[in-house]
Ligand binder design. Sequence first.
Ligand SMILES: [Zn+2]
Length: 166
Amino acid sequence: MLKVLQFPDKGLRKLSATIEDSELESVVSLGRNMLSYIKKNCHKTFGSLAACQIGILKKIFVIRLPEIETIVVNPEIVSEYGGTTKSWEMCLSVPDVVGRVRRHKKCEVEYQNEKFETIKKELTQPLSRIFLHEYDHLEGKLFLDRIEHKQSDLMQVNDYFSRRKK
Ligand SMILES: [Zn+2]
């Protein structure tokens, strides 16, 4: 079972290292473990997790959406564009709080898939937002760092869900 580091653990603030070809096999099995973890522990069909959140400082994260299940290796953000928007984000490493974060609506990204093939893509929301959130983890950043107004942009998870039900 994987153990996810929780804010303010210092491990979440470290830089992740590029993954080499020779590490591919272990990286793919790590990615699969991370995917099965978020299947069990995340809200229905949505989830994402970076390796540094489980104490492994390598540039890999996984994302799961209703129609997407992907392992992302050595990602780069080529550009961000399309204006910005604020939306609520959650994080397995900040389990009690949701935060409204400003990010660009679109981004162009380059990464390697689990076969080490280079993929270049333009992403739109919600995938672009999740990708940028996970990319931040590899640089030691958390969504908390991007909060503009603590009073209006941070909320307890329980309050967030009870307001949504009303
Ligand atoms: Zn996160």
